[in-house]
Structures are given as structure tokens and as C-alpha cells.
Design a protein. Structure first.
Length: 514
């Protein structure tokens, strides 16, 4: 078994009071054990939080808020600048830890850390802006201004598939907005969370604010449920399944808190009859197979014009034949497809394939577990293509299965393609490949009749969004927006002020009251 101790040492894990090098075989709930999905072996463990440490964490966050909010925003930005530099310096090691813990190939593990560096850069710039508005008043000698104020401690719940970047989207923006962060990561990626949070805490301590990044690790009963219900957290940002988001959204709404939900996706690529297949095929393959199909933005459906269908199926089957030879240890250069996260994910994959078969789908590629002796213990499945029957009816494709399964549908008219694309309950990402301006505009139509997703791309796949745009989606994706654009506003409270410099009192709406 490879020795990961040097890596853990470089990341400051080995001497961390919560790190458990050799967790007991039956740890119960006091230690969260991390497993390598590529081998099934135990990596290490992290001591879980308790009700008592929960209470301390919340008290600390409240205290930290009172001092952090008074630091001028551009000075807060300097802390985030140092944080970005620290992640730059640890990019290779943290990327490797992500690969070990959740099975991403090296390039994607590092890409995830790069996303932290990118959002940190964005947040530093933002720290000099946080722009408010000035509005004309209807009263002479008056002005209306709007300013944005720190909100309070922010709860962040993140999923295993982006175990670092999604925390950073929230943490960097929330921090420049003047808020401390309490992070409840996935129990499937506790080491990545511990390492990232330790780096952030060290940088924050160097800047005199040791308590703005805190971690709470524990079960739903012990930690997540109390966190979501806690009135001291004005905002809960949660990324994960629609089922989880529904529970979080309802609990937060019950206390009239604010939630930012980034939930499931069932993302489609539409291939118009004039699509440039040199662009489309590699984009589809990366979108469907990258991260072993475990991104919210994974391409799960291909909606191809009937004229192109056979040709596209053949090209994809050929591309997948090559990809099949590159399934394996994600930490090895050259691997393109790593494992799924655990045995449960493999069972969901098998369930979806069986359902598709029973519903009349044809398996064009893959469809089974990978049973290579060298990959024993790992949760590997074959990237899979399933063509829907001629009726286009394949109910299983309505569901998000977190695995590399691509369902193929055909269409005749652009409207039909858009209708199929919009027919699922979620609405995160979407893409169309076309050389025609008119067809592209039908997809993006500003009357809202095109794609109903939060992301709609032309000649660019569904996954791998940059941090600069707002990220999130509609319908059962939850409606939240994270990362770029004006997503920062959710981490602040808005205040409208009317300023009277006229020297007299005038009432609005022309009211006289004497
Ligand atoms: C997610 O899967 O939760 O657009 C986030 C992408 C990445 C982020 C995905 N930048 O695929």
C-alpha cells in the first residue's frame, strides 16, 4: 500500500489535532474515516465534532463576525489574496489529495484547486468594489443610496464531488463580504476539508483573524440538522442532491433564513444538423465521462438531429472504445476515467443501466462494472452510452444518476430538441452545437422560450464552467447562484438610505401633513 504520510505531512495534516492516522476498523461516529475509492483502502480519519464542539464553533463564529465585519473590505481582500497564494503553493499536493480521496484524475484534482485560486483572485478584486447604487429622489435636495453590509456567519454544506472548490466559492466571497464561514463538508471527503480549512485558518491567523474559517464535521443528526436550523446563521449555502436541498431549503425557510441551493443537474447537449462534430464530439466525451460522470454539470443526455444520429453514435462509440483503455488509477498520468465514489454509486449505475434496458434502451457502449484484477477493490464502471428507443421514451433518463451514462435522443425540429432538453425536473447546464446564428438564438432566446437552465452554452460543453459567471440553475436545481457575476450579493444585506440635505422636511408621494 503506498505511503501517503509525506503528502499528509506537507499538507499539515499529520500534526493536526483532529487527524487520525490509523482509524480503528469500527470507528462508530466519533471518527470519520476516509477511503480511497480507487482501492477501497483506508486513507486516514478525522475526529468528528460533537454537540459541545458545535456550540463552541457557533460562539466563536459570532465573536469572529463582530471583529471581521469592521475590517475594511479591501483589507479583508488582502487576507484572501494571501489565501489564494497559499493554495497556489499547495496546488499539486491538494490536487493529489482530492484524487486520492474522491478519485478524480490528476488534471481534474489540480483543476479543482485552480478553481480556488481563480475565485480568490475574483474575490480580491471584488473587495475593492461591493458596489451599491445611487437613485434619484423625487424630492429636491434628497438622494437615495443603497449599500451592502456584512450578513453574519455563513453555513456552507458541500458535496464529495467538488470537495474543495465549492467551499472556496462560498468562503472567499463570504469572507470579503465580511462574514465568517462554518463549513460542513461531505463525510466522504474529510481529509480534503481538513487540509483546505487548515491552510485557510493558518493564513487567517497570520492576518490576525484566526476564527473566520471553521469546520464542522459530523453526521446529519449531530451536526448538519442543528446547523441548518440555527438562527445564528442567516444564510445556508448547500450543494448536493435535490433530496438534500429540499430538506435544507424547507428547514431554513421554516426559520425565515436565506438559502443558496445548488442541486442536481440533468444536462443535455443538443446537436443541430449543422453542428461542427470536430468541436462537439470531444466536448460531449469530456462532459459525459469527465470526473466519471460525477459533476453536477456532467452531460447526461445527447439530443441529436435525426440526420446526424447514426454518424454521431458511431463517432462516440469509437471515442469511448479509446476511453475504455484509459480507465484506472486516477493518480496515474494518462488515466482518463477514475472510480465512482463508493459501492452505493456503483449500485445506482447498475440500477440505471438495467432500467434503461427494460425501458427499451440500447446499450451502445459500456454498461457494466470494470472487473480488471489490477483494479480490485476500486469502484470502477465503464463509461456507457444508451440510445433511447425510436419513441424517445426513456423514463430513467429523467433522473440524475451520478455515473458516466449518456442517453441519446433524436429530434426533427429545433423546437422539439428544446422541449426534450427542458423536459426534466432540474435545470442546471445545457449546450447546443450549431453553426447557425438563428438556431443558436432559438436556444438562447431572450423571450425565455429556449433553454430553461441556469447555464446555456453555444459550441461549448455543459461542464467546466469558469468562475467568472454566476453558477447555478433553475427548477429543482434550487435557483441559487454561486461564484462569479453578482453572486456575492447573497452574502450581504442590503440597506436603502434616503439622505436629506435640503434643510426642510418633504414627504414622499406629495403628502402634506401639517
Ligand atoms: C459541481 O459539480 O458541483 O462547471 C460544480 C463545472 C465546475 C463546477 C462543478 N466548474 O463543471
Amino acid at each position: 500500500m503506498p505511503n501517503h504520510t509525506p503528502l499528509f505531512k506537507r499538507l499539515g495534516l499529520v500534526n493536526h489535532p483532529r487527524f487520525v492516522a490509523k482509524p480503528p476498523a469500527q470507528p462508530g461516529t466519533t471518527i470519520i474515516t476516509s477511503h480511497n475509492p480507487a482501492t477501497g483502502q483506508t486513507l486516514a480519519g478525522v475526529r468528528a465534532d460533537t454537540r459541545a464542539s458545535y456550540a463552541r464553533t457557533l460562539d466563536t463564529a459570532e465573536r469572529a463576525f463582530r471583529s471581521w465585519r469592521s475590517v475594511p473590505a479591501p483589507v479583508r481582500g488582502q487576507l484572501i489574496r494571501a489565501l489564494g497564494d497559499a493554495f497556489r503553493a499547495h496546488k499539486a499536493d491538494l490536487g493529489m489529495l482530492v484524487s486520492l480521496e474522491v478519485g478524480k484524475i490528476i488534471a481534474e484534482g489540480q483543476g479543482e484547486i485552480q478553481e480556488i485560486v481563480d475565485i480568490a483572485d475574483f474575490a480580491v478584486g471584488l473587495s475593492r468594489q461591493l458596489p451599491g447604487h445611487v437613485f434619484p429622489s423625487e424630492r429636491a435636495g434628497h438622494r437615495i443610496i443603497e449599500q451592502w453590509l456584512p450578513l453574519g456567519p455563513i453555513g456552507v454544506i458541500s458535496a464529495f464531488n467538488f470537495p474543495a472548490a465549492v467551499w472556496a466559492w462560498n468562503a472567499t466571497l463570504a469572507a470579503v463580504c465580511g462574514n465568517p464561514i462554518i463549513w460542513k463538508p461531505s463525510l466522504l471527503a474529510p481529509l480534503t476539508a481538513l487540509a483546505c480549512n487548515a491552510i485557510a485558518t493558518r493564513v487567517a491567523a497570520d492576518h490576525g483573524h484566526p476564527d473566520i474559517f471553521q469546520l464542522l464535521l459530523g453526521t446529519d443528526e449531530e451536526i448538519a440538522k442543528p446547523l441548518v436550523a440555527d438562527k445564528r446563521l442567516p444564510l445556508i449555502s448547500a450543494t448536493g442532491s435535490t433530496r438534500m436541498g429540499r430538506a435544507v431549503g424547507q428547514a431554513v425557510a421554516a426559520r425565515l433564513g436565506r438559502s443558496l441551493l445548488e442541486l442536481g443537474g440533468n444536462n443535455a447537449v443538443i446537436l443541430a444538423p449543422d453542428a461542427d462534430l470536430k468541436l462537439a464530439i470531444p466536448s460531449i466525451v469530456f462532459g459525459a465521462v469527465g470526473t466519471a460522470g460525477q459533476r453536477c454539470t456532467t452531460t447526461r443526455r445527447l439530443i441529436v438531429h435525426e440526420k446526424l444520429a447514426n454518424k454521431v453514435c458511431t463517432s462516440l462509440v469509437n471515442a469511448y472504445a479509446q476511453v475504455m483503455t484509459k480507465i484506472g488509477d486516477p493518480t496515474r498520468p494518462g488515466t482518463l476515467v477514475g472510480p465512482l465514489i463508493n459501492a452505493h454509486a456503483v449500485a445506482s449505475f447498475e440500477h440505471a443501466v438495467a432500467a434503461a434496458r427494460a425501458q427499451g434502451g440500447t446499450i451502445l457502449a459500456g454498461g457494466a462494472r470494470v472487473k480488471r484484477p489490477s483494479l480490485k477493490g476500486g469502484h470502477y464502471v465503464q463509461p456507457t452510452i444508451i440510445r433511447a428507443p425510436a419513441t424517445n421514451k426513456l423514463p430513467i433518463a429523467q433522473e440524475e444518476t451520478f455515473a458516466p451514462i449518456l442517453y441519446i435522443f433524436t429530434y426533427k425540429t429545433t423546437q422539439q430538441a428544446i422541449d426534450i432538453q427542458n423536459s426534466v425536473p432540474v435545470g442546471l447546464s445545457s449546450a447546443m452545437f450549431t453553426e447557425s446564428y438563428r438556431t443558436a438564438e432559438a436556444f438562447l432566446n431572450n423571450d425565455g422560450s429556449g433553454s430553461d437552465c441556469g447555464i446555456a452554452n453555444i459550441n461549448c460543453g455543459t461542464s467546466g464552467a469558469e468562475i467568472g459567471g454566476a453558477f447555478g440553475g433553475e427548477k429543482e436545481t434550487g435557483g441559487g447562484r454561486e461564484s462569479g457575476s453578482d453572486s456575492w450579493k447573497i452574502y450581504m444585506r442590503r440597506q436603502t438610505s434616503t439622505l436629506n440635505f435640503s434643510g426642510s422636511i418633504q414627504l414622499a408621494q406629495g403628502i402634506t401633513f401639517q
